[in-house]
Design a protein around this ligand. Structure first.
Ligand code: IPE
Ligand code: IPE
Ligand code: MG
Length: 248
């Protein structure tokens, strides 16, 4: 990676400070990429993991502060046992291989979703990586694992209800800020840009609350083909958008 750019600074296509602080990506299309080549789906996931490395590098180079990647949804358990076990094995492999890179490049790893579902061994590795990178400040890489947005919002509401019952908070004071503070994304900047690859035009239960005022970008490119140019292009599109937030 090249030297750090100032967060939200004037480097890259967003000259003038229009670099999104927080970018999220629904990395879709691995299966179709493999199918196009007559390969098994796992080959698509492997190629997708290489695209993750490129996206991480591009985000750091452009001065993005947080990059959230959807790696496994709470609905992805509907896939075959074989595919789930391939995905788990790949996560283990890349975690081991890339931990040094995260440390070297000063990237903080953060997890969202109920990743405990992936078993004690992977959980231990994941948590070790989170701990080892906790003090890094150049970029926060957020990986969504067994993540579902409705589940996240329901859990936040449940925690607020528990606090209210315990008389720790007055229900009348519960507002957007209080609910946001219970979400797993509580320590991240507002989501600015949400990208989905592979031509599907839906959110698939990803960051529903957080995307309230994000710019949405649906790209035809299949995730394994997503590269530095595609990332730069997405930031250019973002910089050209007129974000009005209800104003005129
Ligand atoms: C995204 O690619 C990766 C995961 C959901 C883990 P897909 O596996 O959904 O690829 P397509 O949609 O079948 O092409
Ligand atoms: C969304 O992709 C989840 C991830 C990219 C991890 P899916 O391929 O699972 O979504 P649907 O099934 O097309 O909605
Ligand atoms: Mg898909």
């Amino acid at each position: 990676m090249s030297p750090a750019a100032a967060p939200g600074g004037a480097k890259g296509p967003g000259e003038g400070g229009k670099v999104p602080r927080h970018v999220a990506i629904i990395m879709d299309g691995n299966g179709r990429w493999a199918k196009q080549r007559g390969l098994p789906r796992v080959a698509g996931h492997r190629a997708g993991a290489e695209a993750v490395r490129r996206a991480l590098q591009a985000a750091a180079d452009h001065g993005v502060e947080a990059l959230t990647l959807h790696a496994f949804s709470s609905e992805n358990w509907r896939r075959s046992e074989e595919e789930i076990s391939d995905l788990t094995a790949l996560m283990r492999f890349y975690l081991e291989r890339e931990l040094k890179t995260l440390e070297k490049e000063r990237v903080r790893l953060k997890l969202i979703g109920d990743y405990s579902a992936f078993g004690a061994e992977l959980v231990e590795r994941l948590e070790k990586a989170v701990e080892r990178t906790a003090d890094n400040t150049r970029l926060t890489l957020v990986i969504a694992l067994n993540y579902g947005s409705r589940t996240e919002i329901a859990a936040a509401a449940r925690r607020l209800a528990v606090k209210a019952v315990a008389a720790e908070i007055d229900p009348a004071t519960i507002g957007e800020t209080e609910l946001s503070a219970e979400l797993q994304t509580r320590d991240l900047p507002e989501l600015d840009l949400l990208i989905r690859t592979s031509g599907e035009v839906r959110l698939s239960n990803f960051l529903l609350w957080q995307a309230a005022y994000a710019e949405l970008l649906f790209l035809e490119v299949l995730w394994p083909n997503f590269d530095e140019q595609a990332f730069a292009g997405a930031l250019e599109t973002f910089a050209a958008r007129d974000r009005r937030f209800g104003g005129r």
